[in-house]
Design a protein around this ligand. Structure first.
Ligand SMILES: Nc1ncnc2c1ncn2[C@@H]1O[C@H](COP(=O)(O)OP(=O)(O)OP(=O)(O)O)[C@@H](O)[C@H]1O
Ligand SMILES: [Mg+2]
Length: 252
């Protein structure tokens, strides 16, 4: 299986001299192309820090991150941001959108950079994605005129605009009620079935139950893993039970 990301003994410490703490304490991970990985663990265990490290958003204290064969710790910031923009998508708990732009302008903004010539094509793609995730009627709405779930869908559209190889999500359903959360997860499952790799940080067994593999973190280390069969839309209750049992075993 081809790897999309290899994290090799990643160390990330914060603080100075006498008061230094390894928030990531020698973490090694490998993510396959098209794989759906969930990261679980107690608050402060290093989940977000790991996501930032693997996506090249944050520098490492030690170790390496190899993305599609390229060592992200050895390339410049310009090249790195280009890789992030073209190959990666990001979705957070609270969608980060610009208040003075409407929904569709927020979605197309990152793609428009360096690419104004293609504006009509880009807008058409955005509309197609918006219809697909069920917000086709909201393109001209202000970001304050839609629900949390609709805004999160807009965030998904924005992350999908460049057909990324991998999407990183930090609690992407954390701010949603359970119905919206399920709808959003259906979209994620669909995207994954089309071949996009996913790495989602979540505390929710229902979200993790759709993944191929769950990594459990504790104090900056991956302490356990659970491999699941590829999700095919069936047996979700059994999967949730399996995840819940494992969470208890690991102590979260
Ligand atoms: N910039 C920073 N400076 C100092 N310490 C930090 C910094 N960022 C994170 N930390 C610390 O690193 C640890 C891990 O943080 P991280 O955000 O990765 O946790 P998490 O597992 O994502 O938690 P949560 O579930 O609450 O989001 C925490 O103890 C946090 O306080
Ligand atoms: Mg976090």
């Amino acid at each position: 299986m081809k790897k999309i990301i290899i994290g090799d003994h990643i160390v990330k410490s914060f603080g100075v001299k006498d008061d230094q703490r390894n928030v990531l304490d020698g973490v090694s991970v490998e993510i396959n192309e098209g794989e759906f990985v969930a990261i679980m663990g107690p608050s402060g265990s290093g989940k977000s820090t790991l996501m930032f490290a693997l996506s090249g958003m944050d520098s490492l204290t030690n170790g390496r991150v190899i993305f599609e064969g390229m060592d992200l710790t050895e390339i410049g910031e310009k090249e790195l941001s280009e890789i992030r923009r073209i190959k990666m998508g990001f979705i957070f708990q609270q969608p980060t959108m610009l208040k003075y732009l409407n929904i569709i302008d927020n979605i197309v903004l990152p793609s428009m950079r360096n690419n104004r010539k293609n504006a009509p094509k880009i807008a058409e793609k955005a509309r197609k994605l918006m219809r697909r995730v069920g917000i086709g009627d909201f393109e001209k709405r202000d970001i304050t005129q839609v629900s949390g779930g609709q805004l999160q869908r807009a965030g998904i559209c924005r992350a999908l605009m460049n057909n990324p190889k991998i999407i990183f999500g930090d609690e992407p359903t954390g701010a949603l009620n359970s119905k919206s959360s399920e709808d959003i997860m259906d979209i994620f499952s669909e995207i994954n079935m089309e071949g996009t790799a996913l790495m989602l940080v979540t505390h929710d067994a229902k979200v993790a139950a759709r993944s191929d593999r769950i990594m459990f973190m504790h104090d900056g280390k991956i302490v356990s893993e659970l491999k699941l069969e590829k999700f095919n839309g069936k047996d979700i209750e059994d999967r949730i039970n399996e995840v819940t049992v494992k969470m208890r075993e690991v102590g979260i």
